[in-house]
Design a protein around this ligand. Structure first.
Ligand code: H2B
Length: 93
């Protein structure tokens, strides 16, 4: 059973996850690429990360934009799994 992050862990997120913002129980980041082709390629790579980590994003795409929100449904909120996926997504950039 994965646990929700405690307040201390939540407070530390800012330094660990450049570009991401905390919105309640979601970590959020928006991306803008040159065109749809680039956005889709990014989404394909994120999809492979998600499968490898068995942890999947909530996301929205329109043309060159990709908005990602991460939360852990099994925990009912933010967990270490969200931090790990966010860090792996940042490493794609
Ligand atoms: C059965 C499967 O392992 C679970 O449903 C995984 C899949 N991906 C997941 N993704 C996210 N964001 N939260 C989860 O709790 C979760 N659980």
């Amino acid at each position: 059973m994965v646990e929700k992050l405690d307040d201390a862990a939540r407070a530390a997120l800012g330094a660990q996850l450049p570009g991401w913002t905390l919105d309640g129980e979601h970590l959020k980041r928006s991306f803008a690429f040159a065109d749809f082709n680039q956005a889709w390629g990014f989404m394909a790579r994120v999809a492979l990360l998600a499968e490898a980590q068995d942890h999947h994003p909530e996301w929205f795409n329109v043309w060159n934009r990709v908005d990602i929100a991460l939360t852990t449904h099994d925990a009912g909120g933010l967990s270490v799994r969200d931090v790990r996926l966010a860090q792996a997504i940042n490493a794609l950039l």
